[in-house]
Design a protein around this ligand. Structure first.
Ligand SMILES: *[C@@H]1O[C@H](CO)[C@@H](O)[C@H](O)[C@H]1NC(C)=O
Ligand SMILES: *[C@@H]1O[C@H](CO)[C@@H](O)[C@H](O)[C@H]1NC(C)=O
Ligand SMILES: *[C@@H]1O[C@H](CO)[C@@H](O)[C@H](O)[C@H]1NC(C)=O
Ligand SMILES: *[C@@H]1O[C@H](CO)[C@@H](O)[C@H](O)[C@H]1NC(C)=O
Ligand SMILES: *[C@@H]1O[C@H](CO)[C@@H](O)[C@H](O)[C@H]1NC(C)=O
Ligand SMILES: *[C@@H]1O[C@H](CO)[C@@H](O)[C@H](O)[C@H]1NC(C)=O
Length: 340
């Protein structure tokens, strides 16, 4: 708002001709987050189709991740048959509100189209992977802030097994992740290359496994710039070691980011649960704020009615797109204020 408009509305306001603004109207989380980004997973099913969703999404965020639109089954449903329509819509929208985009994702065991299956030889799969990454990164050259090159590739059975059993590890073994990262860097040196995963938020066996994988990548010159910590949490269960864990990856010389934050009440909503949820959001955002190399915090969705977790009341806005206690707690954390 210009100074003139500002003074003008102030004058109107004191003259009693405008209703008092609701407290949330003045809180813009993307502004409070500076120098970090505050982000959301954007979903074209709702973008421009749910007016109240659109209002929140176009004012509050400075970085977006397409929820599904860049996943392999959506963007390359047929061999070398690309469909950029929905993904482009999000990229154009982000540009229109001066926000960044996190590309999501290249190498993942899920949401693959039927033609990417184990009848492909390792050579054919390798060719498909390289073509996938090269075509998409070429298409978005100069437009994307980062790519989740790797998504959810660390096993849930560490330390006995390091990598998840999926088509990529079946065909390429431990060369799977380096392949994807190397192809990505070869196309475009600008976007930050991420390894994104879940259950790696605290210091535990799985994050230890990732830590040792990433350390060996860095020693071997495999290109990786950053780690994404998904942070799909359950109410009251934020790991105590979150900040310490972010810091140990940052100390490797990497950026870190909270990429898919939501906090599941695991039951119907009530005032007590919403207060705890606010504390939990504060704890996570504060861990990012306290970590110099933490570049962004993104929530996975915007409002409770459009979450991948139905009935979980997991997000900072309710189904009516009104801010919940969690919204104010995020603001407090970005402003360096204590836990609510
Ligand atoms: C948008 O919000 C307004 C005001 O809260 C409400 O009256 C309206 O029904 C909402 N529209 C939709 C499509 O949810
Ligand atoms: C498996 O992949 C091959 C090669 O892309 C394809 O021809 C075949 O139709 C796929 N099988 C299924 C069941 O989709
Ligand atoms: C790892 O292997 C050991 C020995 O086979 C077994 O006792 C343990 O349960 C396994 N741990 C996991 C997490 O699978
Ligand atoms: C409040 O909601 C939470 C989450 O659904 C639930 O575990 C808890 O029992 C509820 N408390 C009350 C007092 O209803
Ligand atoms: C949008 O979100 C809904 C609900 O989670 C999901 O079913 C749908 O696939 C999403 N659409 C896109 C394009 O991501
Ligand atoms: C859970 O969510 C679904 C889909 O959003 C909705 O149809 C259903 O009524 C909800 N159930 C409860 C118990 O709130």
């Amino acid at each position: 708002m210009s100074l003139f408009l500002c003074l003008f509305s102030l004058a109107l306001y004191s003259a009693g001709s405008l209703a008092a603004p609701s407290p949330s109207q003045n809180i813009i989380l993307r502004d409070l987050a500076v120098p970090r980004f505050f982000g959301a997973a954007a979903n074209t099913t709702f973008l421009f189709h749910d007016v109240n969703y659109t209002k929140v999404i176009e004012t509050q965020f400075s970085i977006f991740t397409p929820e599904n639109e860049m996943k392999w089954e959506s963007i390359e449903p047929e061999p070398n048959g690309f469909d950029f329509t929905a993904a482009d819509e999000i990229v154009r929208f982000a540009e229109s509100v001066n926000a960044k985009v996190r590309g999501h994702n290249f190498m993942w065991g899920n949401q693959l189209p039927p033609w990417v299956n184990d009848t492909l030889s390792a050579t054919e799969l390798d060719r498909a992977l390289k073509n996938h990454i090269t075509t998409i990164m070429d298409h978005y050259r100069g437009k994307l802030y980062s790519w989740d090159v790797i998504n959810e590739m660390i096993s849930d059975n560490t330390p006995n097994e390091t990598f998840k059993d999926n088509i990529w590890t079946q065909k390429f073994g431990e060369e799977a992740m380096p392949k994807a990262l190397t192809y990505a860097r070869a196309v475009d040196s600008q976007p930050k290359l991420y390894i994104n995963d879940y259950s790696i938020e605290g210091i535990n066996s799985k994050s230890d496994a990732l830590y040792s994988v990433v350390s060996s990548f860095l020693a071997d010159g495999v290109p990786v710039d950053a780690i994404g910590f998904q942070c799909h949490f359950t109410l009251g269960q934020i790991p105590d070691t979150l900040q310490e864990n972010l810091q140990r990856f940052a100390d490797l010389g990497l950026d870190v980011a909270i990429t898919e934050l939501d906090i599941n009440l695991m039951g119907p909503s009530n005032a007590t649960a919403l207060e705890q949820q606010a504390k939990d959001y504060w704890t996570v955002v504060n861990a990012c704020v306290q970590t110099k190399r933490c570049v962004s915090t993104s929530v996975w969705g915007v409002s409770d009615d459009h979450s991948w977790i139905p009935n979980g009341s997991v997000l900072p806005w309710n189904a009516e797109k009104q801010p919940k206690p969690a919204f104010y707690a995020i603001a407090d954390a970005f402003e360096g204020k204590p836990e609510p």
